[in-house]
Write a protein of this length. Structure first.
Length: 221
């Protein structure tokens, strides 16, 4: 049976499968990309350690020279561990958040047409995932999965990254955000104000998005 026949026989079922498969494929691709880049950075850090150990083993160094060389290698190591990795993880969180927002908006627009609802998502005030949440709950009468609370917290993290470059003290409600960070595995505060993101948090957010959309599509489609 060709695709056209499948669509004409069950257009909603066909659309459901397409939506689910697109979401699954995109999130799987994100996971693969994260693993690949994280592994590259780890290898780079291992290479720095090996170069340092080789330099020390190859020469007889006095304590002052050894200390100075160690500091030079530490700078390279620090740049990867504290700077480049954090920039990469921030960018992934922003990308995943955008995917969540776009996917929710697309679902809202699909349901508007499929159910012939009189109100569309663009008729509501607000923006982003909060407007999509409002549309799904109030117009489509769908209770969002419990994993939504985790994505709401991601919203705060994302806003801090995008609008304040990760500086919590530069946000509107720094106390609330700091409380979220302190109670979220994989998130830390540097100097009690800058968000530090661990690999475990990035992976957990992608997994939460997978679970959220699997459950949401079951309810909505």
């Amino acid at each position: 049976m060709d695709i056209y026949t499948k669509y004409t026989m069950d257009p909603h079922g066909f659309a459901k499968r397409v939506i689910e498969e697109q979401t699954r494929y995109k999130l799987e691709s994100v996971k693969d990309y994260i693993s690949e880049i994280e592994l590259k950075f780890k290898r780079d850090m291992e290479e720095i350690n090996k170069r340092y150990e080789a330099e020390v083993a190859a020469r007889h160094l006095d304590l002052e020279t050894l200390k100075r060389m160690g500091e030079d290698f530490a700078v390279d190591y620090f740049e990867i561990e504290k700077v480049l990795l954090n920039i990469f993880r921030r960018s992934i969180l922003v990308m995943v958040y955008s995917f969540i927002e776009n996917s929710m908006n697309s679902l809202c627009r699909y349901l508007h047409g499929y159910k012939k609802l009189s109100i569309g998502i663009d008729d509501l005030k607000g923006v982003g995932i909060e407007r999509a949440k409002l549309y799904l709950e109030k117009v489509c009468l769908i209770d969002l999965p419990n994993t939504w609370s985790r994505l709401e917290k991601l919203n705060r993290i994302r806003n801090c990254i995008v609008h304040a470059e990760g500086d919590v003290d530069a946000t509107k409600s720094p106390g609330k955000l700091k409380n979220i960070i302190r109670h979220t595995k994989g998130l830390e505060l540097e100097s009690d104000r800058f968000i530090i993101i661990k690999e475990s948090y990035v992976n957990s957010i992608v997994s939460s998005a997978e679970i959220f959309f699997n459950q949401l599509y079951e309810k909505a489609l």
